[in-house]
Design a protein around this ligand. Structure first.
Ligand code: 13P
Length: 250
């Protein structure tokens, strides 16, 4: 099953107007010069920049996403943003269940699933994150943890067009550490089999790897059979690095 690669940047809580718009504009220019890019590109700026980045890349092939949304469409939820608001601001995707939100905000699988269902309701693609901690991997529980996250977090109605899964081992995020290529491939194949229990089109659904992806390891990771793209944190803040990662998929 041929799956087009998706190179996604999660800017996290980084980026003010000037630098963020310059970064997005730089990427849009590079993508525009690419005759027939063999990959899709997504940038997920902080909520304050979603609308202006969407405006800056309009007419380019770059998609824009949020980093979280509320499960409800609107109402008395001070500080929150709905999927409909992201869509209205020009987003087409939203990251949900990132480990930093699971940790910092106590989001459990049911919360993530409700948010992912809100994303689908609003017409956004849900990028659902899963991944084990170092302690869980050392205890031999990585697959069990990820299986439970898949079972609990994937939205009802998920299919290959409206949902992406991102495998992000917590211990690989921002640490410079990555699992071996064999470990990544094994986990991605396992995730696809778990997704197939719920989703008929699992063979076409994109599974991204995230956690210390950089230009020097991108070709190896993105060349694995069940790795359909990358969710990049730190390296997505530097146009040269993010681009160098993307063009390994040319
Ligand atoms: P780093 O690429 O900085 O390790 O972050 C990965 C990540 O959390 C992307 O969502």
């Amino acid at each position: 099953m041929a799956r087009r690669k998706l190179i996604a940047g999660n800017w996290k809580m980084n980026g003010l107007r000037t630098g963020g718009l310059a970064l997005a504009g730089d990427l849009a220019t590079r993508l525009g010069l690419e005759a027939a890019a063999g990959f899709d590109m997504l940038v997920c700026p902080p909520a304050t920049l979603v609308a202006s980045v969407a405006e800056a890349v309009r007419g380019s092939a770059i998609a824009v996403g949020g980093q979280d949304c509320h499960a409800r469409e609107k109402g008395a939820h001070t500080g929150d943003i709905s999927a409909e608001m992201l869509r209205d601001a020009g987003a087409s995707h939203v990251i949900l269940g990132h480990s930093e939100r699971r940790q910092d905000h106590g989001e459990d699988d049911a919360t993530v699933r409700a948010k992912a269902e809100a994303a689908l309701r609003a017409g956004l693609v849900a990028v659902v994150c899963v991944g084990e901690t170092r302690a869980e991997r050392d205890a031999g529980r990585a697959e069990a943890v990820v299986a439970a996250q898949i079972a609990g977090s994937l939205p009802a109605g998920a299919d290959a067009g409206n949902t992406v899964v991102a495998y992000e081992p917590v211990w690989a995020i921002g640490t410079g550490l990555t699992p071996t290529a064999e470990q990544v491939q094994a986990m991605h194949a396992f995730i696809r089999a778990e997704v197939a229990k719920k989703v008929a089109s699992a063979g076409a659904l994109r599974i991204l790897y995230g956690g210390s992806v950089k230009p020097s390891n991108a070709a190896e990771l993105l060349g694995l059979p069940d790795v359909d793209g990358a969710l990049v944190g730190g390296a997505s803040l530097v146009a040269d690095d993010f681009w160098a990662i993307a063009v390994t998929c040319r």
